[in-house]
Ligand binder design. Structure first.
Ligand code: ADP
Ligand code: ZN
Length: 748
């Protein structure tokens, strides 16, 4: 007779799946997505239920599931479908996909709920105080104090601390039936201390209204005929009011009883962004969950639970929030969809924007990608009719796009002989004027530290990391050379390690050095620096940005941390100190990245009543990425760049898959890759090709040597299948690690 069984994917088993029986006491509570304890070859194991079905027990008996790890399922059926897709597309294994979907605490099977002891007054305060009177003054004080607390209760440890009483006083009150000491769940709400004033919908301008209507239509239709719904790409210049469109679309979905997910790049998920959403939905702010990496593990887990329990219906978060278990999903928004940080650089190497599109298709909801500088992948999809393009080419309130000036630093370097040419004369004068007029300036430099590196002028040697093949960066505050890849630090040598010369110098410059220079040049101006070095301290970023907004800072200097999403009406000048960094790297996306960065940074200027101005310092003023950015011409840039991509067969015209082999032994890495290469080359699917096996541009990292080969194909599926088939039977030496990166973004 057929009997119900659960198909369980066993944790840590490289993909083993077995059927288990359901004992009576679990017959109804085990559902798809539950974490369960199971017997496996005489030991206990944990796994995830991925399917329920019936089996015929003939000649064998199924083992039973022992118990549930969590009382409720942690994954929903649509998420399990999505994980299957990921496992197939990224060739990452189903369990790896599950891991990406769950917060750490949930993965580890910790209920995640933190308990604390709380003391609550249950007797009548006046009566008690009278009874205790002078006999037990301490206890009477305690009662009076608790009586004034919200809900007449307080955390035990706080209470002891605040009143300076001992635990025996409380025990005495407990015995007398005046108070109870109870365990309560700690709600870790990262915004617990804040109040949000309701902000109301703005009246949409005609372009916004058009975009909003398209999103609304998409939300309405998605439920009916899911497959026909196209993803939407909102191309709106910086300051065109994209966020307002998102907010109203989310509200529209909510009114239909549907939830939303909004993805924001980690780096622009600033307090400002989170606040904007919290404010708009202030009346229901408990229904807004915020997820990003600065939350503690506990906080993250609590936010996720809120979603799982359907208490939260709107999720704002960075990359992994795309897996939030929102049910009845109406809309997924991916803001700044071109951002590279949506790509996860460890397994599973997924791209959250691509996952958003797939999830929307699987769940039948609308998906809206937004950017001032769309990725060429998404842009191309609008050109071939796969996506629908919405555009908002103007800023709200007819604010002008800022004027962009290009300054040729080759000329400047010749003028400032011997100097490092950090600041051109023109930019200096413009800043001086802003400081005098009480307007603000943002200076942008994409490099932290004091000076780039230690260079020997005799033999030309640059001090490199001992574990990675890149130059070390000098950090003045620590007086150390630090590796920005692995964190390796060493003291600064006095002589060149190569030729023993004494006159080694610091070449190049970083934010720390620029700050020092600025302080000398603009005496009296208030200057602040924002980069990952300074902002390691918690809440420091928040405080600095608040000070800047309150006009307590004249010049804000920073790395890409300040490039995006910030909105300061009083900023009328933005200076980009070295537009060339990033242009001369071995990556076909270098031009696209530079264009995006310049456009985004420039977008920080002139967002108020005052007009904005942008100065770009560069050693390659004629580079197309710089020229198109100067003219705010995304479409022109995209046309030229797509031409180039098509000619050289780069994405979006093909998909790439990078296979990397790493080992501490250079020879073994190289040999393993060559073996793999020759097998991959055999029986390549039609239309696919494979590049020569080569050392990676970053040939050594974290003490490991890296070799890579790049495969390309129009159809990624058949290529990935081929790679999987080749790799499955192969075994490599223990110290050799092989990784497969589908649609890679880091080519080094
Ligand atoms: P984007 O996300 O496209 O860069 P924002 O949504 O941040 O642009 O909008 C820029 C500014 O314009 C914000 O201060 C926002 O409050 C304001 N804004 C947006 N839409 C409108 C509108 N319809 N009317 C008035 N102000 C608006
Ligand atoms: Zn290193």
């Amino acid at each position: 007779m057929p009997k119900p069984a659960a198909l369980v994917l066993v944790d840590g088993s490289s993909g083993l799946q077995f059927d288990y029986g359901l004992p009576d006491h679990l017959a109804t509570s085990v559902v798809v997505g539950c974490r369960v304890r199971i017997p496996l070859r005489n030991r206990a194991a944990v796994g995830t239920v991925i399917d329920l079905h019936e089996v015929d027990e003939e000649g064998f008996k199924l083992k039973d599931i022992q118990s549930l790890v969590d009382p409720e399922p942690v994954l929903t059926p649509p998420l399990i479908n999505l994980a299957r897709w990921m496992s197939d597309y990224y060739t990452c294994g189903l369990e790896n996909a599950f891991r990406a979907m769950l917060p750490q605490a949930a993965r580890d099977g910790k209920g995640g709920e933190q308990m604390r002891k709380q003391v609550r007054l249950i007797g009548d305060a006046a009566e008690l105080v009278e009874k205790l009177g002078k006999r037990a003054r301490r206890q009477a004080e305690l009662v009076t104090h608790l009586d004034t607390q919200p809900k007449k209760s307080q955390r035990l440890s706080e209470l002891l601390d605040e009143l300076g009483v001992g635990r025996p006083s409380i025990t005495a009150l407990e015995k007398a039936g005046a108070v109870v000491v109870e365990d309560v769940v700690v709600k870790r709400d990262p915004f617990a201390d804040e109040e949000f004033l309701q902000s109301s919908n703005l009246t949409l301008n005609p372009k916004q209204a058009e975009a909003f209507a398209a999103v609304r239509e998409s939300i309405e239709q998605a439920g009916d005929e899911a497959s026909a719904i196209k993803p939407l790409l909102l191309h709106g210049v910086t300051g065109s009011g994209k966020t307002e469109v998102y907010l109203q679309a989310i509200e529209f979905a909510l009114d239909r009883g549907q939830g939303s997910i909004v993805l924001v790049p980690e780096i622009s998920l600033t307090p400002q962004t989170a606040e904007r959403f919290k404010k708009r939905f202030a009346a229901i702010q408990d229904q807004v969950a915020i997820m990003h990496s600065h939350l503690s593990q506990g906080e993250r887990h609590d936010e996720w639970r809120k979603v799982l329990r359907r208490e939260a219906r709107i999720v704002i978060g960075a990359r992994s929030a795309i897996f939030a278990p929102v049910e009845n999903l109406g809309l997924i928004v991916v803001d700044e969809e071109h951002e590279n940080s949506y790509k996860q650089e460890s397994p599973p190497r997924y791209h959250a924007r691509d996952i958003a599109v797939v999830r929307a298709k699987l769940e039948g909801c609308a998906v809206l990608l937004g950017s001032a500088t769309p990725s060429l992948e998404s842009w191309h999809n609008t050109q071939i009719g796969k996506y629908r393009l919405l555009d908002m080419p103007e800023r709200v309130d007819d604010q002008k796009m800022p004027l962009i000036r290009i300054l040729d630093m080759r000329i400047e370097a010749r003028k400032q002989q011997g100097g490092m040419a950090i600041l051109s004369n023109q930019l200096r004068q413009l800043i001086e004027k802003r400081v005098a007029d009480g307007e603000q300036t943002i200076l942008f430099l994409n490099r932290r530290g004091f000076a780039r590196s230690l260079l020997c002028p005799e033999c030309g040697k640059v001090s490199e990391c001992a574990h990675c093949s890149i130059p070390l960066t000098f950090h003045k505050t620590d007086d150390r050379l630090i590796c920005h890849i692995c964190g390796y630090a060493r003291i600064v040598p006095r002589r060149c390690g190569e030729c023993n010369a004494r006159n080694i110098i610091l070449a190049g410059y970083g934010t720390e050095k620029v700050e020092e220079v600025l302080k000398k040049v603009f005496t009296g101006a208030r200057i602040a620096r924002v980069d990952t070095d300074v902002m390691k301290r918690k809440n420091m970023l928040r405080k600095t940005l608040a000070d800047f907004k309150a006009k307590k800072i004249d010049i804000l200097l920073g790395t890409q941390m300040i490039a995006k999403g910030l909105h300061f009406p009083n900023v009328t000048l933005v200076g980009i100190l070295n537009a060339d960094i990033g242009l001369h790297v071995p990556d076909f996306r270098a031009g696209e990245r530079t264009f995006q960065l310049l456009t985004q940074v420039a977008g920080r200027a002139g967002r108020g009543e005052l007009e904005g101005e942008v100065v770009v310092q560069t050693f390659t003023p004629h580079h197309p990425a710089i020229q198109f950015a100067r003219h705010h011409d995304f479409i022109g840039f995209a046309e030229q760049e797509l031409d180039f991509r098509q000619k050289f067969e780069f994405p979006p015209f093909v998909h790439m898959v990078m296979v990397t082999v790493r080992s501490v032994h250079a020879k073994r890495a190289e040999f393993s890759l060559k073996t793999l290469y020759s097998r991959l080359k055999r029986d390549l699917p039609p239309g696919a090709d494979i590049g020569e096996p080569l050392p990676s541009p970053l040939v050594k990292s974290h003490d490991q040597f890296r070799y890579q080969t790049m495969l390309r194909a129009v159809n990624p599926r058949s290529l990935v299948r081929h790679i999987r088939k080749v790799m499955e039977p192969l075994s490599f030496p223990e110290d050799v690690i092989v990784t497969v990166d589908v649609d890679p973004y880091q080519l080094s």
